[in-house]
Write a protein that binds this ligand. Structure first.
Ligand code: MG
Length: 446
């Protein structure tokens, strides 16, 4: 989708639905493999995150916010399209030799905001296809600087590197051209932050959308000299503390440039912690399991939203939300029309963000790759099987050993109460069936 005069005029006419004098800037900061329990404001005892903790104090901290997938590529596809990854076909992690990427038929939130007159910038890990036609510039972003996929997809071998001799050198891309290979990863968070500040300090004639997708704390872990060896949590803590610093730099730049009260900043993560990486992986806190599973530890994420004067300070929301909700929520804040003829799975969360409502009962489906493995409705979560760990994923969508959990009572998913609530099991099993049928027909899932 290109910038059209009609779309731009519509957006200007709509103005900000939230009553701000100007349409807000929007900053989406997305960490990679950061766990639910890895920030100070989510209870980590030794990782110091003063800037993110401050962001929580000055905004809203969500306790039940989900990624739409427990691994990188589909999670990012869902964030940018507002749709379950199965709709775009991006259900699996892409590798350097993967031929595919985000289809041109998908409309990204960047395209939607660009059509409404926003400057759009992407910094960091893309992971929606590394061939030129799949890179950010072809999908709604004016500028791009970052790695096209995960930082372990490189030829280096060695303990914990994840390297593969068949992989090409890891490219660092500006625009749609590789400007370096195998960059010094200890400098990536600093360089991403510098790029992000360029967008924040850019021309003020139009609002901007900045998508800052950090490479870390995905393994292999690297921190710059200032942070290396400083955290009581070890290298993983060093890396998270540097991401916290980066967020502080973003917030400082917004303030110094007079844009603080006119910018919505969101911080979250693409999926849960990579537990088989032992001390190099993070913590899901009280949640069960981690990355690569549909237990809540794999998909429930830390999520902070800050917009001074619009989002009430120091608010904690237990409303159920998910990454697909940001598409319609950002579009609403920008006064941008939603794309015509597109089935969106996300819902506008403006009411919750502004403190006007507490959120409603939601139904959320837990997909891993092409498997529909669980569903949540209100407090109840039904798994199709309990035979799932990060090291031994299952390959079935059959209801072979259903397990029911009440997540309000039992957020750690320890106590299967399916025997006590056969009616709830039946209802949620029916939702799984109708969701699958609806996906096949391209219907929205509300
Ligand atoms: Mg990830």
């Amino acid at each position: 989708m290109s910038l059209t005069r009609r779309g731009f005029t519509q957006a200007l006419a709509a103005g900000s639905v939230l009553g701000a004098a100007r349409r807000p800037n929007i900053v989406m900061i997305y960490a990679d493999d950061l766990g639910y329990g890895d920030l100070g404001c989510y209870g980590h005892p030794t990782i110091r995150t003063p800037n993110l903790d401050r962001m929580a104090r000055e905004g809203m901290r969500f306790t039940q916010w989900y990624s739409a997938a427990p691994v990188c590529t589909p999670s990012r596809a869902a964030l940018l399209t507002g749709r379950y990854p199965v709709r775009s076909g991006l259900t699996r992690v892409l590798f350097p030799d993967s031929p595919g990427g985000i289809p041109t038929s998908e409309v990204t939130i960047a395209q939607t905001l660009k059509s409404a007159g926003y400057r759009t910038a992407m910094v960091g890990k893309w992971h929606l296809g590394c061939l030129p036609e799949y890179l950010p510039l072809r999908h709604g972003f004016d500028t791009y600087f970052g790695l096209p996929y995960s930082n372990d997809m490189r030829p280096l071998a060695g303990p914990g590197s994840g390297g593969n001799p068949k992989h090409p050198p890891l490219p660092l891309i500006r625009g749609d051209k590789a400007i370096e290979t195998n960059p010094d990863q200890s400098q990536l968070t600093i360089r991403y932050t510098e790029e992000a500040l360029k967008t924040i300090n850019g021309p003020k004639d139009r609002p901007f959308f900045l998508y800052l997708a950090h490479t870390f704390p995905h393994v292999p872990l690297y921190a710059s000299e200032r942070f290396r060896g400083k955290s009581a949590r070890g290298l993983y803590g060093d890396v998270v503390e540097e991401l916290d610093w980066s967020t502080g730099e973003v917030l400082k730049a917004l303030k110094q440039s007079g844009q603080d009260s006119n910018t919505l900043v969101v911080f979250s993560s693409d999926n849960g912690p990579w537990l088989p990486r032992l001390e190099n992986g993070g913590s899901a806190g009280l949640l069960r399991e981690g990355k690569g599973t549909t237990w809540d530890g794999g998909m429930r994420e830390p999520c902070l939203a800050r917009w001074p004067g619009t989002i009430p300070a120091a608010s904690v929301s237990a409303a159920q939300g998910n990454m697909m909700d940001w598409f319609p929520t950002f579009a609403r804040a920008a006064g941008a029309p939603l794309p015509a003829g597109v089935t969106l799975d996300g819902e506008d969360m403006t009411g919750v963000l502004t403190g006007k409502d507490q959120g409603k009962e939601r139904v959320f489906y837990y997909w891993h790759q092409d498997d529909l493995r669980a569903v949540r409705k209100g407090p109840w979560k039904l798994h199709t099987t309990t035979n799932e760990t990060a090291t031994q994923p299952v390959r079935t969508t059959k209801l072979d050993k259903p397990a029911l959990y009440n997540l309000e009572v039992d957020p750690s998913e320890k106590y299967d109460v399916s025997g006590k609530h056969p009616d709830v099991v039946r209802e949620l099993a029916g939702l799984l069936e109708s969701h699958l049928a609806g996906i096949r027909r391209g219907e929205p899932q509300k």
